[in-house]
Design a protein around this ligand. Structure first.
Ligand code: SF4
Length: 352
């Protein structure tokens, strides 16, 4: 078990008092424009959120190509929220390499207070204390208190807010401070790689919206999802066009990146991840035991590991696939060979 897990065992996080947040009166309810070039021109900062995954990188290269045409690359910042060892190895380095090849500033942010596993344990301790106190207050036996699930889920997605959104908002504060007093709120165009094709909840997201919760007296944040309507094919074609390297987890067969084991991931992905990262899967099993709840709704990490072991026993250990395996499924082997040669030579064609 990681040092962070040990650190958090048995301690509940301290509660902090929230300050009232004021939004500048000039921040509108709805965006002034939805036209990509106008959104880019209006922005003081063009912040590209990168998980290092295929959608983020397609979004980043697409937006950088537009910004380059407008002469606005100097306003672009790629930000990666480092998830520590729960994300695939090399992800942070890859995001940095992508930013370098695109010729834009790169920032890494990281949440204080432990990774996803440490936080799940800390949350469990807090929820357990709360449930037991409620039981005692109502004259019930605290041992029978029902404890709410500690793991994140689609209805309690605290992992995203704690590990990504919160730290990225701190970066926004820094970026605003860098520009000094403009006599108006600093305009941040916060670009995300979310797509409608990923899931029903993401399909409901709007491509452009004013992010009032992220805005305050000093900043006006607009969220832009530039590739919201894109298909998988379009994403992979953009990767081929850009010549940016993508993470090898896709060649192994993963359909998504970010956390190796995502609470929202499909079964095929989490089983494959357990075959590729058995030690990390064992840490998740240990946390499941500690918090007394399954990692995913209806699918425990223990079951995931069993399925992974059964596949290893039947087919043997996974063998490294050729580079470009994922991409060639979309653009063919010949075009993939050209792409790989460009990646090798670090060549980029922003305007192509
Ligand atoms: S990848 Fe999944 S588990 Fe990880 S932060 Fe995102 S939603 Fe949460």
């Amino acid at each position: 078990m990681s040092a962070q897990l040990t650190l958090f065992a048995g301690t509940a996080p301290a509660t902090t008092k929230k300050r009232a947040r004021r939004i500048h009166p000039s921040v509108p309810e709805a965006p002034a424009t939805r036209v990509p070039t106008a959104l880019l021109r209006l922005a003081d900062w063009i912040l590209l959120n990168s998980s290092g995954g295929k959608d983020s990188q397609a979004m980043a290269s697409h937006v950088c190509a537009l910004a380059a045409k407008l002469g606005l690359l100097h306003r672009v910042v790629i930000v990666h929220a480092d998830l520590a060892d729960v994300e695939w190895g090399g992800t942070r380095k890859l995001a940095e390499d992508q930013a370098r090849r695109l010729g834009v500033r790169f920032e890494v942010v990281k949440a204080e207070g432990g990774d996803l596993l440490a936080r799940t344990v800390a949350r469990f301790v807090k929820l357990k204390e709360k449930a037991e106190k409620e039981a005692r207050d109502e004259g019930r036996d605290p041992a029978t208190a029902k404890i709410a699930p500690a793991w994140p889920s689609s209805s309690a997605r605290w992992c995203t807010s704690d590990l990504k959104r919160g730290p990225i908002r701190k970066l926004m504060t820094r970026l605003v401070a860098e520009l000094g007093d403009l006599g108006r709120p600093v305009r941040i165009l916060n670009c995300m790689g979310q797509r409608a094709a990923e899931s029903a909840p993401r399909a409901k997201l709007t491509p452009v919206e004013v992010d009032r919760p992220a805005s305050n007296g000093k900043r006006h944040v607009t969220t832009w999802r530039p590739i919201h309507s894109w298909t998988d094919v379009e994403v992979w074609k953009e990767i081929a066009r850009s010549g940016l390297p993508y993470h090898e987890a896709y060649d192994w067969g993963m359909s998504r990146l970010s956390c190796s084991f995502c609470v929202l991931g499909c079964e095929a992905d989490v089983v494959l991840a357990a075959r590729l990262r058995p030690k990390k899967a064992a840490e998740y099993v240990a946390v499941e035991t500690k918090v007394g709840a399954d990692f995913k709704h209806g699918l425990s990490m223990r079951q995931i590991v069993e399925r992974a072991n059964a596949l290893d026993a039947e087919y043997g250990e996974l063998r490294r696939p050729p580079r470009g395996t994922a991409l060639s499924g979309y653009i063919g082997k010949k075009a993939t060979r050209k792409y790989l040669a460009r990646v090798e030579h670090g060549r980029l064609d922003l305007a192509a």
